[in-house]
Design a protein around this ligand. Structure first.
Ligand code: PLP
Length: 399
């Protein structure tokens, strides 16, 4: 590609690390056998699967036999939730939060149609969960609590360890979608009550199409994909050896890079946040008062639309995301910003910039330099900037 890419969309997907691509390469041409085959060639692949399982286990403080390879984070989430419900058929209540990824939220809507009662825990204006709400929601009918470790839009981190202790003390299984957290914050399942945890490879510099479900040893489990005996009968389907090997390598690198993530990436994100907030009036940092992932910045610009900002950023080579969802032809702020009650005049102008260890200071300075003129241009042509209603809503002012 001719155009220089300034990539700030790592929560959407991340670039495959060179070391990961190199580790995968031999499994496409030379080592292509099916690991379940009886011959020596198939058998010779087992050791690579074992190594990858150990590498993933090491990233999250688990035992290798607690790691099941899946095709993606969405499959891991579905497997965990259906497993908990099917292994306790007498229980018909499921608890999750209003701000989950659609992998959990859309599934919970489908569960309601299947006759389950679903409780969606609210968040406050900083995107934080109140654990008293969780305590009050659990009943003797509750089969599972599923609470994301970190939010994909705002980066807000939930107290999942404490939430898992609460669920356990009431005899309820606990799952966490750690798709955005794995590799960005330390995870040690050996010292936690978390029963199941989802990971997606493409968020941590492995390819798209590979995921992990951690299942604590000894908990009841029912497979989602039924068929062959792969993964100890817990996930049917021929093992995707190159991608599993790649994810193993990515997990090893992520563990090694956790300090960089927390020092260098956090410093870059903080510089970006401070630089934009100083240069542009009427901004709002979503979740600023909460604990957040080191790499994520969700920022709103009053009176303009996120999509217009994205297009203009894109012209400058800057890749980011907006916090809007296109529903029935109208641009609605995302369910996360709505749950946080972000004022209407801000919520439509939301942008997510998400970094990785590959971002540089120079790239951050470039974004800080280009951004103010874009916002200024859009505000100059905004019909709402004089306080007129935005998308039919009454203008609300900064809280
Ligand atoms: N959960 C969270 C929090 C996510 O951010 C994502 C992807 O954006 C997913 C689940 C789904 O992961 P995958 O794309 O691997 O299915």
């Amino acid at each position: 590609m001719d155009k220089r890419i300034y990539y700030f969309d790592n929560n959407a997907t991340s670039r495959v690390a060179e070391e990961v691509a190199a580790a995968m390469e031999p499994f496409f041409h030379g080592l292509y056998a099916n690991p379940s085959s009886m011959h020596f060639f198939g058998g010779s692949l087992q050791v690579y699967l074992d190594t990858a399982r150990q590498q993933v286990a090491d990233l999250i403080g688990a035992k290798p036999e607690e790691i099941i390879f899946t095709s993606c984070g969405t499959e891991s989430d579905s497997t965990a939730i259906y497993s908990a419900l099917r292994s306790q058929p007498e229980k018909k209540h499921f608890i999750t939060t209003q701000v989950e990824h659609p992998a959990v939220l859309s599934l919970s809507k489908s569960l309601e149609k299947q006759g389950y009662r679903v409780t969606l825990l609210p968040v406050d204006t900083e995107g934080r969960i109140n654990l008293e709400d969780l305590k009050n929601a659990i009943t003797s009918d509750t089969a599972l609590v599923s609470m994301m470790w970190a939010n994909n839009e705002t980066g807000v981190v939930f107290p999942v360890e404490e939430a898992a202790r609460i669920a356990h003390s009431r005899g309820v299984l606990f799952h966490t979608d750690a798709v955005q957290a794995a590799g960005k914050v330390p995870i040690n399942l050996a010292e936690s009550k978390i029963d199941m945890l989802s990971i997606s490879g493409h968020k941590l510099h492995a390819p798209k199409g590979i995921g992990v479900l951690y299942v604590r040893k000894g908990i009841p489990f029912k497979p989602f994909l039924i068929g062959g005996h792969q993964e100890e009968g817990r996930r049917a389907g021929t093992e995707n050896v190159p991608y599993i090997v790649g994810l193993g390598k990515a997990a090893e690198l992520a563990k090694k890079h956790l300090d960089i993530e927390n020092v260098k990436v956090r410093a870059l994100r903080d510089r970006l946040e401070a630089g934009l907030a100083a240069a542009i009036p009427n901004t709002k940092i979503n979740g600023k008062g909460a604990e957040r992932l080191p790499n994520t910045l969700s920022i709103c610009f009053e009176y303009i639309e996120g999509e217009s900002i994205l297009l203009m950023l894109s012209e400058k080579g800057i890749c980011a995301s907006s916090g809007s969802a296109c529903t029935s032809g109208s641009l609605e702020p995302s369910h996360v910003l709505r749950a946080m009650k972000v004022p209407q005049t801000y919520a439509h102008g939301s942008i997510r910039l998400s970094l990785s260890i590959y971002n540089t200071e120079e790239e951050v300075e470039y974004v800080i330099k280009e951004f103010p003129a874009i916002v200024e241009r859009l505000r100059a042509i905004s019909p709402f900037a004089d306080g007129k209603p935005l998308f039919g809503a009454e203008p609300q002012h900064k809280d």
